[in-house]
Design a protein around this ligand. Structure first.
Ligand SMILES: [Zn+2]
Length: 259
């Protein structure tokens, strides 16, 4: 049994979105998000936290994990009431430098998510990519962010999602030093015994993810996953050749052209 893990960012209020984001591609409208949750409920899916995903052999339930990166204000303003309405739990990863900034969640919001039974995790301090860090910088980013979040919610924070999906070197040592139990990546795959809990792959849900594409993603359609794995490998190779900064500059120019 494999479990798809979805990665969301901001949920837009209304059809056009009401907030300012760096990457509009990743803002899913409230209408689409509601339709996606409705699809999951109507098709018998149970959305759960990472720590609730234990027995991969259990085949009686169709499980899914919903996650949110960056800590946008819509986590609390839009996603939380909808998740509660549908009876789902989810994982929220916060970039701690952005907590309380305009259009981002504040400390009260993080506490509200935690109280509602949602997972709270780190998405770094600064959102810089971890493969650009030295080992010590990576350790400090994880330690500072998990400790700050633990102070806010009043219990240990043991999960991390890598900004841009870029993992640091010597990950096993960091896991040990920083007491991490769950790590989310942006690899394209479903979650299974081989990658759970320290290399959990996730599929990005974007502004243009149609309900028919969403259906393929959550039903683990092998054609979808294979095609996107190939595309991702090509992009990762390109990124290695160019370096993170140059890759992001080129990506930004391409996105500008499309707008
Ligand atoms: Zn991010």
């Amino acid at each position: 049994m494999t479990v798809p893990v979805l990665m969301y960012h901001a949920i837009g209020s209304g059809s056009s979105g009401s907030q300012q984001y760096d990457d509009a591609d990743f803002v899913v409208s409230e209408e689409n998000f509601t339709a996606q949750l409705g699809y999951l409920r109507d098709n018998g899916f149970v959305a759960c936290r990472l720590d609730e995903l234990t027995d991969f052999q259990a085949s009686d339930k169709r499980r899914i994990v919903i996650s949110f990166d960056d800590g946008h204000a819509s986590d609390v303003g839009i996603a939380l009431p909808l998740l509660e309405k549908f009876g789902f739990t989810a994982e929220f990863f916060f970039t701690t430098d952005w907590i309380g900034k305009p259009s981002y969640v504040d400390e009260d919001g993080i506490r509200a998510l935690h109280r509602a039974g949602m997972g709270v995790g780190s998405h770094g301090v600064s959102h810089q990519f971890f493969n650009d860090f030295t080992f010590e910088q990576a350790r400090q980013e994880i330690e500072r962010s998990t400790m700050q979040l633990a102070d806010i919610v009043g219990s240990a924070v043991d999960r991390f999602s890598a900004p841009g999906g870029r993992l640091p070197d010597r990950l096993a040592e960091l896991v040990e030093l920083c007491n991490l139990n769950y790590i989310c990546t942006s690899e394209i795959d479903t979650c299974n015994e081989n990658n759970y809990p320290l290399a959990v792959p996730r599929i990005a849900i974007r502004c243009d993810t149609s309900i028919s594409l969403f259906e393929k993603i959550v039903n683990a359609d092998p054609t979808y996953y294979r095609r996107h794995q190939l595309r991702k490998s090509a992009l990762v190779l390109l990124r290695r050749m160019l370096g993170n900064q140059r890759y992001m500059d080129i990506r930004e120019s391409l996105l500008e052209l499309r707008r």
